[in-house]
Design a protein around this ligand. Structure first.
Ligand code: 5GP
Ligand code: MG
Length: 178
């Protein structure tokens, strides 16, 4: 499959995304109150979501960035997760908030949660994903918070890429089956 920008249909507009992020932030502000949070952005895909989400969070917060990759090229999950850079500070006794773009098979989420659980005894660990593609799930992983459910589509935009492109779109789109 090849994806051209002119073929993209909008799935979520910039306004829908920002409205939903504000709602998620309200829930997280209620959850944590004034407790400190370590927000972990999973690069590259979650970059836009993480930036917009944390701007709406009110508690004392530190941002960390790790880089995992599961999709090689194309649009089909390899199922293999590769830690490109998973250097993290001491997370013992911290409230950890993982910020992801999408949970698809769940392999990436499981890999990361196992890594954190095996290395740290956190105060709490929550997983927040902008998108949840439940239909593709292989691991028994559910996000604690998510923005939107999507069906079996390969989506791009707002951080999500196709062969490295389209991360800079303000909306989330997909190529319809024609
Ligand atoms: P999982 O390990 O859950 O199968 O996949 C998670 C990663 O695959 C996501 O963080 C994301 O980078 C990538 N991914 C999964 N579904 C899509 C999709 O529809 N579009 C894009 N661009 N990336 C996806
Ligand atoms: Mg990702």
């Amino acid at each position: 499959m090849e994806i051209k920008k002119s073929e993209l249909k909008v799935l979520f507009t910039e306004e829908q995304i920002q409205t939903r992020i504000a709602e998620l932030a309200d829930e997280l502000n209620d959850l944590y109150g004034n407790d400190e949070v370590i927000a972990i952005c999973v690069l590259k895909g979650a970059v836009m979501f993480a930036v917009d989400l944390v701007k709406n969070l009110k508690m004392p917060l530190k941002m960390e960035f790790i880089r995992l990759s599961s999709y090689g090229t194309g649009t089909v999950s390899t199922g293999k997760v590769h830690a490109v850079d998973i250097s993290l500070p001491d997370l013992n006794d911290k409230n950890v908030l993982i910020i992801e773009d999408i949970i698809d098979t769940g392999h990436t989420a499981k890999f990361l949660l196992d890594f954190i659980n095996n290395n740290f005894k956190t105060k709490s660990t929550k997983f927040c994903s902008l998108l949840d593609k439940k239909i593709s799930r292989v691991s028994d992983i559910e996000p604690d918070y998510y923005g939107f459910d999507i069906d079996d589509k390969f989506v791009v935009g707002y951080g999500l890429d196709y062969e490295g492109y389209y991360r800079n779109l303000r909306y989330i789109g997909y190529k319809p089956n024609v």
